[in-house]
Design a binder for this molecule. Structure first.
Ligand SMILES: Cc1ncc(COP(=O)(O)O)c(C=O)c1O
Length: 401
């Protein structure tokens, strides 16, 4: 009976995946395993972008109502995203990337020489670089916790470096070079208990794993639009918890980031951190992609499928001779990182692309050098199995070369 029910569920899933894949044309070109860099664009996003860009061309970019419409559009998109990540819309600022959000927070703290920030050795340059700038510009001391592959006690490892001068802890939600998913609520609780700001690089977390920012206790969380959310590039958002707004000063001011009736009084919500102008067609494309994932794909279904495919991929790779898996089995979702003995990660990536499979490599010390598979909900079980088989053949060839 259980088997019959299971196989019925599998058939329904397969039909759903096939229908959704038809809306992601890039998935027909190669087996697409690279949402960790850029997700596949859904047709609805492209349609929204083209319609808006054509309207600008034909009707004009600034005709009556367009300017105000832009503010309404931005507020609406923040509302949709807020609902997906467990935040309120006025705690979100639109950004053009994860990196922009991280910079907006880190540069907004009134650092004093000798203040400290705690991070991990597995961070992406998007976080390392602004932390190094803090050291260079303000004399901030950056303490680096060694968290191994990220599968152990990350909050404890961070806390061991928290001292009287620590102002913030800053780390990724999902580690880009191991796929480890950090327990956000435990980090948030530790940071609160120690009275420090928690700043999270959500580049790999947003859209890959379920997110409830309010429940997490995290203070700041920077998100990209172009990765697991399948939006266009140059889109993103920054969450700043309402009760932390006063701790982070806006570094750049522009229209609608401060109240023109007062002298540099920042806007009431996180909109105060918005930098520069936004390209309307791209924001509309992000909105279309978010609505499609929320209403047609289904977020819970997507998160569960990403995790299941990640486990399938990891188990397949772990069983291969000559392959070392870098992702902790009980702490990962869809990012699976691995090494093939005798082959550099860029070569593994290139050989797989020749066979119609798009993955990527991550080579950035002090993190591990790995090839990385991003298992998206749009991938099929057959694609995962074919990828594992192809990696097995590469490993075999490398061992006999
Ligand atoms: C962990 C992590 N942080 C930051 C970034 C940079 O993201 P963005 O291009 O949105 O600034 C990436 C992108 O690969 C990433 O994986």
């Amino acid at each position: 009976m259980a088997t019959t029910l299971e196989s019925a569920a599998t058939t329904v899933d397969a039909a759903k995946v096939a229908a959704l894949r038809a809306q992601l044309p890039a998935t027909a070109r190669t087996a697409y395993f690279n949402a960790g860099t850029n997700g596949p664009l859904p047709r609805v996003a492209q349609d929204a972008l083209v319609a808006a860009a054509s309207k600008e061309l034909e009707v004009g970019r600034i005709v009556p109502g367009v300017y105000e419409g832009g503010w309404e559009r931005n507020a609406r998109v923040k509302g949709v995203l807020a609902g997906m990540v467990g935040a309120d819309a006025d705690e979100l600022a639109l950004t053009h990337s994860t990196n922009e959000g991280l910079n907006a927070v880190l540069m907004g703290i009134d650092w004093q020489r000798g203040d400290e920030v705690v991070t991990t050795q597995l961070e992406h340059p998007g976080l390392f670089a602004p932390l190094m700038l803090l050291a260079h510009r303000f004399g901030v001391i950056v303490r680096m916790a060694d968290i191994g592959d990220g599968g152990g006690d990350v909050p404890g490892a961070l806390e061991a470096h928290v001292g009287p001068r620590t102002r913030a802890v800053a780390l990724s939600h999902v580690m880009w070079s191991t796929g480890a998913v950090v327990p956000l609520a435990e980090v948030g609780a530790m940071a609160r208990r120690r009275g420090v700001l928690s700043v999270v690089d959500g580049a790999q977390g947003t859209g890959q794993v379920a997110l409830d920012l309010h429940a997490s206790g995290i203070d700041a969380y920077a998100m990209p639009g172009q990765k697991w959310l399948c939006g266009p590039e140059a889109t993103g958002a920054l969450f700043l918890r309402r009760d932390r707004l006063a701790d982070v000063k806006p570094t750049y001011l522009r229209y609608a980031t401060y109240d023109v009736s007062g002298f540099l009084t920042p806007w009431a919500g996180a909109q105060r951190y918005e930098i520069g102008e936004f390209y309307g067609p791209a924001v509309l494309a992000l909105e279309a992609s978010l609505l499609w994932q929320r209403d047609e794909v289904g977020l819970d279904w997507a998160y569960a499928r990403v995790a299941a495919l990640g486990q399938r991929c990891r188990a397949g790779l772990a069983a291969l001779g000559g392959v070392t898996v870098a992702s902790p089995a009980d702490r990962m979702a869809g990012l699976v990182c691995f090494q093939v003995a005798g082959m550099a990660p860029p070569d593994v990536t290139a050989r797989l692309y020749e066979q119609g499979m798009t993955i990527r490599y991550v080579v950035y010390p002090p993190g591990p050098s790995v090839a990385r598979v991003s298992c998206g909900w749009w991938n099929t079980e057959d694609e995962i199995d074919a990828l594992v088989a192809a990696i097995g053949e590469l490993a075999h060839a490398a061992s006999t070369a």
